[in-house]
Design a protein. Structure first.
Length: 76
């Protein structure tokens, strides 16, 4: 993980975003203390949140939904 001072982060923000887009995590520091982190986005399905409960059929009555791609959103 790369550590970057706030002043450097302000000056090189687009470069930091490119690094994060490539998978790197960047810690933003002020006076040597981490105040924020830029981390890559990791999309997940809502079904992933409930997956641990699907093995508990006798305790909880849940049915796993079909994994489908998201529907397009209409633009105005």
């Amino acid at each position: 993980m790369r550590h970057v001072q706030v002043t450097e982060a302000k000056a090189a923000f687009s470069g930091l975003l490119a690094a994060v887009e490539a998978g790197e995590t960047v810690a933003i520091t002020r006076r040597g203390r981490v105040i924020a982190r830029l981390v890559p986005d990791t999309p997940s399905l809502a079904a992933d949140a409930f997956r641990p409960f699907w093995g508990m059929h006798e305790e909880i009555d849940l049915v796993a939904p079909d994994d489908r791609p998201p529907e397009p959103v209409a633009t105005l």
